[in-house]
Write a protein that binds this ligand. Sequence first.
Ligand code: FE2
Length: 131
Amino acid sequence: MIWRDSFKIGVPTIDRQHKELCDHVDKLQEACSQGKGTEEVRTMLNFLADYTVKHFAEEEAFQQKIKYPKFAQHKALHDEFLAQVTKLKKEATDGGVNIALVVRLNRIVSDWLVNHIRGVDSDLKNYVSNT
Ligand SMILES: [Fe+2]
């Protein structure tokens, strides 16, 4: 998915991190279309393992700072995504990377971009702009 300015929530650090994830998802999809998905999956999983922890911590700290009313349910979604990433990473380490895993990872991160960054996080944008 190509990053658009309309995806921004208006907080530069968070927007930069969201774009970074979007760019990585693009890279993964490009690799998949060239039949190089399995190679890119490891890079992506390593990136995600770091990124999710750091980015979620920052986004959550920001939400607490502004007293975002939906913090608890938002954090639960972050935790769920983190658990999915951790599970896939373990599977890749234990059993190796196969096409099924590539497809699952692709679906998880694409859904995340659409449903979370463009969906749930945009509610945060409304809250920020109304306070
Ligand atoms: Fe979020």
